[in-house]
Design a protein around this ligand. Sequence first.
Ligand code: ZDP
Length: 279
Amino acid sequence: MAIEFTKYQGLGNDFILIDNRASSLPVLTPEQAIAWCDRHFGIGADGVIFALTGESGADYTMRIFNSDGSEPEMCGNGIRCLAVFLAELEGESRNKNLYRIQTLAGVITTELMSDGQVKVDMGLPKLLAGEIPTTLTPAAEKVINQPLAVAGKSWDVTCVSMGNPHCITFVEDVAAIPLEIIGPQFEHHPAFPQRINTEFMQVVRPDYLKMRVWERGAGITLACGTGACAALVAGVLTGKSDRTATIELPGGSLQIEWSEIDQRLYMTGPATKVFTGSL
Ligand code: ZDP
């Protein structure tokens, strides 16, 4: 039976969205998601996102498979796409701009802004090594500027979980980083038992940072919302960035705020429909 889908992208981080609201189980298996994400033999995407029926008070549930079939806890660019997709599905019956969406990283709230952008309450960052998880420091300690040996070099890394795990390194020039070579070595480093998303950051100004990312399960992508949030936290913890900053990614920019008031991360950025189809 053919399944309808809509392709969305948030800053070039692209997803296949499926209206799965009638059920609490994804209509595709991870193997099918791999095939659909294939850019040569399939539709092409960084992941597949399922809009499932809501649970425990949430309006909806989001599940996502990466392009390698693994399932991350959260996805920042993807949840912005999901918010716009849900508004479109609800159409005229839509009566609110806020959605409470259940994810494997807890309930995340999205807000459709009047300018078309989506603002997401990304929740609290987790900083302890045991929460990331990483073995770089004892489980109850934070991982700030810790040396990590990769590709014959020592990198000072800071680790942050936004529900999914991130390892952040500040460098002079992100363009000079051979991401396709060292990205996989970070991802599969034994210090990260659940593998890791890796962000390289360049501070242009404390309120303007450039980022390149190697994503767990997806490789080089044009943007990563959870990664931009994690990177801002790392910037604040290492004294390199303000609590509010623009993060420039290869696919465009995100506004990120680490609120002093409630300590939560707020991400604002676009989400755009590309096309619909059925397969
Ligand atoms: O944690 C992971 O395995 C990521 N590949 C999930 C996807 C993250 C994403 N790029 C984001 O924007 O947060 C969708």
